[in-house]
Design a protein around this ligand. Structure first.
Ligand code: OGA
Ligand code: MN
Length: 288
């Protein structure tokens, strides 16, 4: 039962840029009641990335907050659903093969494009910062799609893209061993539309380092389209760069955002704790 004190809690926020981002100003205590969660999800859907400055969530609080927003989905490598996932490039603090995959986070990507149901949102909290670099950039692929011309939109209609983890790994490891490549390729592939439409009718681009090629198209044309769009979608108006403070939490709409870390020393101690919010619907929403 809501207490009288909680009834009046309102979501307070300020927009960051016209085409991406908002900063939520409520206290940790207000956020952890869960009462603001529906409004936070609506805000995220509208702006793409939501910043919660210096909340200093404990791991248990981050899981609680994520659960109030729709649940902490199963993470990579069968990790316990009740735990946070450690995002670090230091093998002392994370499994070696997971560190390999995480090197892909230095290039524009969407999390889990090979999952049948996309991850609705991802949430990161900064535990330890790198002394230099290690910002995180976010790009809103709904507002960039909206700004394409009608001719460009028509050109993209119906195109389907094969996404694979193994393609993304070539960005940082161009000469893998045969064993590495076999491991990457064992993670599977998925084919999804280049432009997806959610159940509310909002369209966005699905791009990033896992977007390998456009089905049925000449490689040169496919690369021209995928890289041309990524270049446009990550241009200034659509991008927010978060410069972290310890204790910051940031959540992004993983269906409609690209993100990447800016370069940092893997052994700097940088440590982020991640939770993910379960997907509500498939990439391809079947019209009823
Ligand atoms: C992630 C990710 C970026 C960063 O956790 O999914 O891409 O800045 N992180 O660590
Ligand atoms: Mn990521």
């Amino acid at each position: 039962m809501a207490t009288a004190a909680n009834v009046d809690v309102q979501l307070r926020y300020e927009r960051i840029k016209p085409k991406i981002g908002a900063r939520v100003l409520n206290s940790k205590e207000e956020l952890l009641t869960g009462e603001l969660s529906p409004a936070i999800l609506d805000l995220m859907e509208e702006v793409g990335v939501v910043v919660f400055p210096e909340l200093h969530l404990t791991d248990a609080e981050q899981v609680q907050f994520s659960n109030s927003l729709g649940g902490n989905a199963e993470e990579l490598a069968g990790q316990n659903q009740d735990a946070v996932f450690k995002v670090t490039l230091d093998e002392k603090n994370q499994q070696k093969n997971v560190v390999e995959y995480l090197k892909g986070s230095l290039f524009w990507h969407i999390d889990g494009t090979m999952n049948p149901t996309p991850i609705r949102a991802s949430m990161l909290s900064a535990q330890v910062l790198a002394p230099e670099g290690g910002d995180t950039e976010f790009a809103n692929t709904a507002t960039s799609y909206a700004d394409l011309s009608d001719e460009q939109k028509a050109e993209l209609e119906g195109l389907r893209v094969v996404h694979s983890l193994w393609a993304s790994q070539f960005y940082h490891t161009p000469e893998p061993t045969a064993e590495q490549l076999a491991d990457w390729q064992s993670k599977g592939e998925a084919e999804i539309p280049l432009v997806v439409t959610n159940s509310a009718g909002k369209k966005s681009l699905v791009l990033g380092n896992t977007a390998h090629y456009i089905r049925g198209m000449d490689m040169k044309d496919s690369q021209r389209i995928l890289h041309g769009l990524r270049d446009f979608a990550t241009s200034e108006p659509y991008v927010y760069r978060h410069v972290w403070k310890v204790g910051d939490t940031v959540m992004w709409d993983n269906r409609t955002s690209l993100h990447k870390a800016t370069p940092y020393d893997p052994y700097s101690g940088r440590m982020m704790h991640r939770t993910i919010i379960k997907g509500g619907e498939a990439w391809e929403v079947v019209k009823g």
